[in-house]
Design a protein around this ligand. Structure first.
Ligand SMILES: Nc1ncnc2c1ncn2[C@@H]1O[C@H](COP(=O)(O)OP(=O)(O)OP(=O)(O)O)[C@@H](O)[C@H]1O
Length: 347
């Protein structure tokens, strides 16, 4: 029995393999029977460590990698025989690959040129006024109002990626595939751009699959996140679902939980700050007490945090308050577990 595909993207039992290379390296099964639905208007992140198969899956959906098995459909239509440029999908990479000889407006306008519509027909030709209006609209969407005449060589890395995004959005792709579009930028900029990227996708109603190895970025940009590990999905859910109920300790640690506590046959994942210094304010839902040894102290945003080794738990981060009250390395701390900062793990 086959499941009826919902509107949007449906991937079923997809396998991508790479043949052995000339030196005889073993074949690699980069994507191992993955199934996935992305509804129209939804933003899905593929999150996982380097080499887990995220790009291979994205490229297979785009039509850039042959499928060893499985299928990719859009609105129920199998795309096996549809070449890359006729899928109506857009692609954006880490390096936005702008044209140096065109200005910003020229780069965005490129996204409007010679395109076919999603049903394979040639898009109607636009007048110059229509093109200018659409380019200006897209520059507004990506926060670059008035940048049209700028040479791309004068742009910062973040501005370049904004232009690349505007160019990808220009032909109104029915699905936009983004492969680590922010990973070449520094963290602070990435955090800001992740928020703006989500806003741009929502404003334009764009369905998107977004590849990243950064959990914060995935949670900021996506409606749902597929955590990938060794070619398979370890868990798929909304950021809130994943954070509240990670399927395994491996998923939990990848999401940022820093320690695992086994008590009476059940296990808990501890978020940073789950252990609190006894007496430093009451912890709602306070649980059992522990003793830990301070290894190091560092100050973040005006607050001191200690790295503490706790017997039977491991190494955790503890907020210790104003820098003046920070304990010295080697001293001991009594800690209490704040159950509100933990998640249950399956036994
Ligand atoms: N062209 C190729 N030939 C052989 N093996 C490949 C090829 N491309 C990818 N692989 C292998 O397939 C596996 C998955 O790679 P892929 O690039 O899809 O992972 P990824 O999660 O996107 O990693 P990264 O975040 O580092 O880009 C890896 O083991 C990689 O070495």
């Amino acid at each position: 029995m086959t499941t009826p595909a919902p509107g949007g993207l449906a991937v079923r039992d997809l396998v991508v393999t790479y043949a052995p290379d000339a030196r005889g390296a073993a074949p690699v099964r980069a994507v191992d029977r993955v199934s996935l639905d992305v509804a129209r208007g939804e933003i899905l992140a593929l999150l996982g460590p380097s080499g887990c198969g995220k790009s291979s899956l994205l490229r297979a959906v785009a039509g850039l990698e042959p499928l060893a098995d499985g299928s990719v459909t859009w609105d129920g239509t199998d795309l096996a025989r549809t070449p890359v440029h006729e899928r109506g999908f857009g692609l954006m990479f880490q390096d936005g690959q702008l044209f140096a000889h065109r200005d910003v407006a020229g780069n965005v306008a490129y996204g409007l040129e010679g395109r076919t519509t999603v049903d394979g027909r040639r898009a109607p030709r636009r007048t110059r006024t229509e093109t200018t209006a659409r380019v200006d609209e897209l520059l507004d969407v990506v926060g670059l109002t008035g940048y049209g005449r700028r040479a791309v060589a004068t742009l910062s890395g973040g501005e370049r990626q904004r232009v690349a995004l505007a160019r990808s959005l220009a032909p109104r792709p029915r699905l936009l595939l983004l492969d680590e579009p922010l990973s070449a930028l520094d963290r602070e900029l990435r955090e800001r751009l992740a928020v703006d990227l989500r806003a741009a996708l929502l404003t334009t109603g764009t369905t998107a699959v977004f590849v990243t190895h950064d959990q914060d970025e995935a949670f900021t940009v996506a409606d749902r996140v597929a955590v990938m590990r060794a070619g398979r999905f370890a868990q798929v859910g909304t950021p809130a679902q994943l954070w509240a109920e990670p399927a395994t300790w491996e998923v939990a640690s990848f999401l940022g939980y820093e320690a695992r506590l086994d008590v009476d046959g059940s296990a808990l994942a501890l978020a940073p700050g789950a252990l609190r210094v006894v007496g430093a304010g009451s912890a709602p839902g306070a649980g059992p007490q522990f003793r830990g040894t301070v290894r190091a102290v560092h100050v973040r945003r005006g607050v001191a945090e200690a790295t503490v080794d706790v017997v039977s738990v491991g190494r955790v981060t503890v907020v210790v308050g104003p820098p003046a009250l920070a304990p010295v390395p080697g001293s001991e701390l009594d800690l209490r577990l704040d159950l509100g900062r933990t998640a249950p793990l399956p036994a």
